[in-house]
Structures are given as C-alpha cells and as structure tokens.
Design a protein around this ligand. Structure first.
Ligand SMILES: O=P(O)(O)O[C@H]1O[C@H](CO)[C@@H](O)[C@H]1O
Ligand SMILES: O=c1cc[nH]c(=O)[nH]1
Length: 362
C-alpha cells in the first residue's frame, strides 16, 4: 500500500487565494510547516534529540560549526548540476547584488572537503551543486533543508537553475516549471521507506512561477515559457533517446512517445524536478525550477550546439533568477542603486532578516 502524504487539496501551495496572506490562510502549507518567525520546521522528531547533526555530504555539522552564524542570513538557495556552474553563478550574483568580499579574499567552496557537492555563499545567497539525478539531489536536499533548520534561516526560497531537453522548443528557450511529472505521468515522488512505497506530492510554488515569468524581459533574444517538466531517471533510454549504449525501440516509437508527452503539456525533460518539488513542498519551502533547453528532442537526441553557445544558454536561467533576487533585495531595501545603475549592498556582511517578510514584491 502506498500513501500520498499531505493531501493534494491546495493547488496554490503558498497561499490558497491570491489575496490571502499566510497569517489569514489557515490551510496554507507554510503556516503548517514553518515556525511563525519563518524558520524551517523539521518534520523529523529525531533530529532535536541528537547531540549533534553531521551533514556528512556538505562537510558541515551542528556540533563542529556555528551554523547560525555562518548561514543564518541565507534567503536564497540556488542549485544546479555542476560545481563549475554554481561557482560561476556565485560570482555572477555577487556582481548583480553588489556584494563585496573582504579585501584579499576569494570565494571558498564551503563543502570542498566533502568531495561530493560544492557550495558557495554570497551574502544571502547559497549556490550549491547537486550532481545528476534523483538520488544525488535527494541527499543534498535532506542536508540543505536541515542546514536551513539548524541555521534558523527565515523563509528561504530555493531555485534549481538547470539544463534540459525541450519538446518542440528551440535550443536556448528558458522553461519555468509549473508542474512536475515522472516518466509514468505521476505527480509525486515515491520513495521506498521500510520496504513500503511512500509518495510525496511534487508541487511547485505557483506564485513564484508567475513572479519569475513577470521578470522575463521582452527584449531577451529568446523565449521564456511556463510548462510541465518531466523528470527522468536516466539521460538515455529513460528520456527516449536512441543514441545510448543500448536501445530496444524504434525511432518511430520514440517519436510517438515524445509527441504523446507534448500533447500532455510536457515542455521539457530533465532529471531532478520531482524530488526537488516534493521535498521543498514537504518542508514548506517556496521553490522554483528554471531550465534552459539544450536541444529540441523532436529534432534529435545529441547535444550538438557548440560549447560557447551552450555556455551562453546556461547563463539564461541564472539571469532570470538573479533578476528575482535583485528585485527582492531592492524591494526589501537591502540593496540600493548608486545613481549610475550599479548596486551597493546596504549590509554586505550580514543580512539580518528581523521581521516576518511579505511574500510578494508589491
Ligand atoms: O544541467 P543540470 O542541472 O545538471 O540538469 C540536467 O543535466 C543533467 C544531464 O545532462 C541532469 O542532471 C539534468 O537534470
Ligand atoms: O536532453 C536533456 C538535456 C539536458 N538534460 C537532460 O536531462 N536532458
């Protein structure tokens, strides 16, 4: 027997209605799964009974590190597959929010001695690599959500900044996921626990989707669209490719499968959206996935675009998320313009979030 935890009753996960706040909405997931001050509530009674919690794959621990001092000001957690992309994003966001490092210092990979994931901190932004596929991002999310809990970060927002295969989309198109399905069309993350399957609904924050879409610039020389994202367990056969080491289906069967996905509203395929949506939702954390399509799967399987083109495409989701972060910090008065279009951080070392923050820009 499997069980869907947490029901499916609230379509808009953050607030049930547009005009409701989390204080007035008694069905709101955040009201249920966060402490009133916005800090993350862990849905695991064992953790607070432990002397210390070792976040093994991050090379951090609640006994060995002052996690409140190190991460208490985190507001945004940005994730993507590769250490290089997330290091580049850390430098990019540093410029975008005008964050200054102390003279003579450079960004450090906080998790370098885990030899698993890379993590960089730039003021209120954590930039973390998650590797490829469901188990890798699943493990990371357990530890990052615990990190948010131990550090008492308030109302953190998570983003996945990734790449994907588009379905009927030109290479370079940016997709903001508003729904997640697996290869079987399920909208949940199923994990075997104690020999039994447990399902957690994979839901993304609809309001965040709208806010991100609103930040797409009509002048951008590419499209930014909203759509359903399919999460595959594999890059090759699991995504209907015919160019893996093995293949037992024909090209026309593949095309029938892909066009079937397209007619069900699937815009892109990647490999992490289901656990990302499900575990953030389960933790009451607002989250969004923004990926750039590296190819149109209706036209082929191989990623053929030249390296420089792929590198430029990969920056597109980063730009959108950076716009969101800049806009958020501007609205909250944490960064200001110097009158020449460049920004200065008001409190570069630490962004103390003293009061409960409203969730929209307006
Ligand atoms: O570009 P990233 O974030 O790694 O994501 C996509 O790329 C990888 C496959 O090449 C998978 O992890 C898939 O989800
Ligand atoms: O086709 C693609 C491209 C990037 N990532 C995927 O998972 N699939």
């Amino acid at each position: 027997m499997s069980k869907v935890e947490n029901g499916d009753e609230h379509d808009n996960f953050y607030h049930c209605e547009e005009n409701e706040t989390k204080e007035t909405c008694n069905k709101c997931e955040v009201a249920k799964f966060r402490y009133p001050d916005g800090t993350v509530r862990l849905r695991n009674p064992h953790i607070e009974l432990m002397d210390q919690d070792i976040l093994y794959h991050l090379a951090l621990g609640s006994g060995s590190h002052d996690l409140v001092e190190m991460f208490g000001d985190v507001k945004f957690v940005c994730m993507g597959g590769t250490p290089k992309r997330m290091e580049a994003f850390a430098y990019y966001i540093m410029k975008e929010i005008g964050h200054k490092l102390p003279t003579g210092t450079t960004l450090q990979d906080i998790s370098q001695y885990s030899y698993r994931y890379s993590m960089f901190k730039v003021g209120p932004v954590l930039s973390v690599s998650h590797g490829m596929g469901i188990p890798s991002i699943g493990i990371l999310l357990h530890e990052i959500i615990k990190l948010m809990y131990h550090s008492k970060a308030r109302d953190p927002i998570f983003f996945r900044i990734g790449t994907c295969g588009g379905i009927g989309l030109e290479g370079g198109t940016v997709v903001i996921s508003d729904d997640a399905v697996d290869e079987m069309g399920n909208h949940y993350y199923q994990v075997p626990m104690l020999g039994k399957p447990v399902r957690r609904p994979a839901k993304l924050d609809k309001r965040l989707v709208r806010e991100l879409k609103g930040l797409a610039d009509p002048e951008d020389p590419y499209d930014t669209i909203i759509g359903t994202t399919m999460c595959a367990n594999d890059f090759y056969e699991g995504q209907g490719r015919t160019d893996g080491a093995f293949c037992d289906y024909t090209e026309s069967e593949k095309m029938e499968y892909l066009t079937g996905l397209q007619s069900n509203g699937v815009k892109n395929i990647e490999m992490e959206v289901i656990p990302f949506a499900a575990l953030t939702h389960h933790a009451g954390i607002r989250a969004a996935v923004v990926c750039v399509a590296l190819l149109d799967r209706l036209k082929g399987d191989q990623v053929c675009a030249p390296k420089e083109v792929l590198d430029e495409w990969q920056i597109r989701p980063q730009k959108l998320v950076a716009r969101y972060i800049r806009r958020y910090l501007q609205t909250k008065g944490r960064i200001s313009f110097d009158g020449h279009g460049s920004m200065a951080v008001k409190s570069p070392r630490r962004f103390k979030l003293v009061q409960q923050e409203s969730e929209t820009f307006d």
